[in-house]
Design a protein around this ligand. Structure first.
Ligand code: SF4
Ligand code: SF4
Length: 110
């Protein structure tokens, strides 16, 4: 789903004028095009220090849908991005738990 919506975006920026969070912050990452880029990075497994903030400050208000010539459903993409992020952290967490358990067992063997 995320891949399909992401691939529709032509990065024209027509959506940016309508976004309340971009207006209030003046920072592109808080706008629809910025959020598309964030999800694009997530699809490549890249998380930046601002990924969570950019995705979780989206109001899912759909104001960016009308001006988009490509019909990108940004709220849907943002929700998919949040899910990608959650599964990435769950996977990381379970790997960390596994490592901790292995270390504990190694210590118990010694
Ligand atoms: S989401 Fe739509 S309007 Fe916004 S940059 Fe992509 S193609 Fe352009
Ligand atoms: S759905 Fe998100 S990105 Fe689109 S206009 Fe609303 S706050 Fe901005």
């Amino acid at each position: 789903m995320a891949e399909t919506e992401y691939s529709k975006c032509v990065f024209c920026g027509f959506c940016e004028n309508t976004c309340p969070t971009l207006h209030s912050t003046g920072e592109r990452g808080y706008g629809p095009r910025g959020r598309v880029r964030v999800v694009g990075l997530l699809l490549k497994g890249i998380v930046t220090p601002k990924t969570v903030e950019y995705l979780y400050t989206c109001l899912l208000c759909y104001a960016c849908l009308k001006p988009c010539p490509a019909g990108v459903d940004i709220p849907k993409l943002v929700v998919a991005g949040r899910q990608l992020l959650t599964s990435k952290y769950k996977e990381q967490n379970s790997n960390n738990n596994l490592k901790a358990e292995m270390m504990r067992l190694e210590r118990a063997d010694a």
